[in-house]
Design a protein around this ligand. Structure first.
Ligand SMILES: Cc1cc2nc3c(=O)[nH]c(=O)nc-3n(C[C@H](O)[C@H](O)[C@H](O)COP(=O)(O)OP(=O)(O)OC[C@H]3O[C@@H](n4cnc5c(N)ncnc54)[C@H](O)[C@@H]3O)c2cc1C
Length: 385
């Protein structure tokens, strides 16, 4: 399953104008983020109109469409089944000139002006840099020990959810489990079960449903238990969320830039990774390589993507740190920030909740939640006119 948050839908629409509509025509489920059913902080969150356009679909569906759009670009050639086995360097070993590729029966060198590292969370670029004399990439890790399992179900018509997305989170720290019910293309429903700190969901249907039954709210179990599993349950293990601070490196080669999970791999339970990657792709597309030094362009790229990574990281790790078992350094003022966020969510003022959702949806920076008007309304104070 894959939710594309409103910030990601907007970025995708700017990268491929008009094509998001194609996803919907083929079955992706569009919805207003504010109408989602979120059980968080021990309460159901308010459902409001936000005009924050969100999309729900399976991962192969979304990846298949985007791959086709990219393949249709006139200057793109897709090489299938290729494994990047090393970076190619210039003589001074200060600049990357391409990648070594391995395909069945073929080894070749692909030379180019810029290599984008999109190898995901297990990217080998940090290792390749170290092997070539560059400093270790600084990392922040948040140890979550998350087990995650997803199953695709065919749901009887009478049980088909009225809204595509329902999320049950904890509540932490007592409940280490999350559950998601998501309608995707064809009207199928994905059930996703997650458990932190060793409380992992099993991959057999009986155990999966037992796990769903044990969530703090019954809505996910009630639908899945009466539906038909139509594909094997898949399991994932995510020991840590990892953020690589490339911008802090004192030395970095020219000719290579990272993107997506290779920079930051979030807790997948919050569905942020693709949105961050889409916003990074936009930042990459906006760089003018004909102007300025390579160093300046790289700094510009890292500066442009820093805010969205920081926002998504703070949001998801803020949830993770509600569990005392979560390993890593809690941000300064963590408990104050947490209490304020809970207050924003429960204050009952739709304008404040809308602002909160804009931040969750990665369409607005968290600073909007510190404007005097928002603080006053969240705390129920009246500001002098
Ligand atoms: C269970 C789960 C659920 C998730 N749900 C959501 C969600 O609902 N919404 C959301 O936004 N995000 C979600 N995410 C996160 C999202 O999947 C990632 O953020 C996103 O896929 C990152 O894209 P990427 O291209 O950077 O990395 P990846 O999708 O990991 O792609 C990296 C690719 O590089 C390839 N590769 C690696 N090494 C090499 C090599 N040496 N040579 C050639 N190819 C190589 C890999 O095979 C892979 O295809 C979820 C993640 C998980 C694990």
């Amino acid at each position: 399953m894959h939710v594309l948050l409103p910030g990601g839908v907007a970025a995708l629409d700017r990268l491929f104008p008009g094509r998001v509509a194609e996803l919907v025509e083929h079955g992706a489920q569009p919805f207003d983020y504010g109408q989602s059913q979120f059980y968080m902080i021990g309460k159901w969150m308010p459902r409001i109109q936000t005009e924050l356009h969100t999309l729900s679909q399976s991962r192969p569906f979304l990846e298949g469409h985007i791959r086709r759009w990219v393949g249709e670009l006139p200057n793109v050639a897709i090489i299938d089944e290729a494994h990047a086995s090393a970076l190619l360097w210039d003589q001074s070993r200060a600049r990357v000139r391409g990648v070594a590729l391995q395909r069945p029966g073929v080894e070749e060198e692909l030379r180019g002006g810029l290599v984008i590292d999109a190898m995901g969370r297990n990217s080998r670029v940090p290792r390749w840099l170290a092997e070539n004399g560059f400093p270790v990439v600084p990392e922040t890790k948040v140890g979550i020990d998350l087990g995650y399992a997803t199953g695709r179900f065919r749901v009887p018509e009478r049980l088909r959810p009225h809204h595509p997305m329902l999320y049950i989170v904890g509540p932490p720290p007592q409940w280490t489990r999350v559950g998601v019910r998501l309608v995707v293309e064809n009207g199928d429903v994905f059930g996703a079960m997650g458990g932190y700190h060793g409380d992992h969901p099993p991959a057999d249907l009986k155990g999966f449903l037992e796990f769903a039954r044990s969530l703090s709210q019954p809505e996910v179990f009630e639908v899945l238990a009466q539906s038909e599993l139509i594909a094997p349950i898949e399991r994932f293990r995510i020991p840590s969320a990892i953020r690589r601070h490339y911008a802090r490196m004192t030395r970095f080669p020219g000719g290579v830039l990272p993107i997506g999970d290779s920079i930051c791999h979030f807790d997948p339970a919050f569905g942020q990774g693709m949105t961050v990657a889409a916003i990074e792709a936009e930042a990459l597309a906006s760089l003018d390589f004909a102007r300025g030094s390579e160093d300046a362009i790289r700094r510009e790229y890292f500066r442009k993507i820093e805010d969205v990574i920081e926002t998504a990281w703070e949001l998801s790790s803020g949830e993770n740190f509600k569990y005392p078992q979560t390993a890593g350094r809690r941000p300064a003022g963590f408990s104050l920030i947490r209490r304020y966020k809970d207050r924003l969510a429960t204050c009952g003022d739709p304008d404040v909740v809308r602002d909160l959702y804009r931040v969750f949806a990665l369409t607005a920076p968290p600073q909007i939640l510190l404007r005097p008007r928002v603080i006053a309304r969240a705390l129920g104070l009246r500001l002098a006119a």
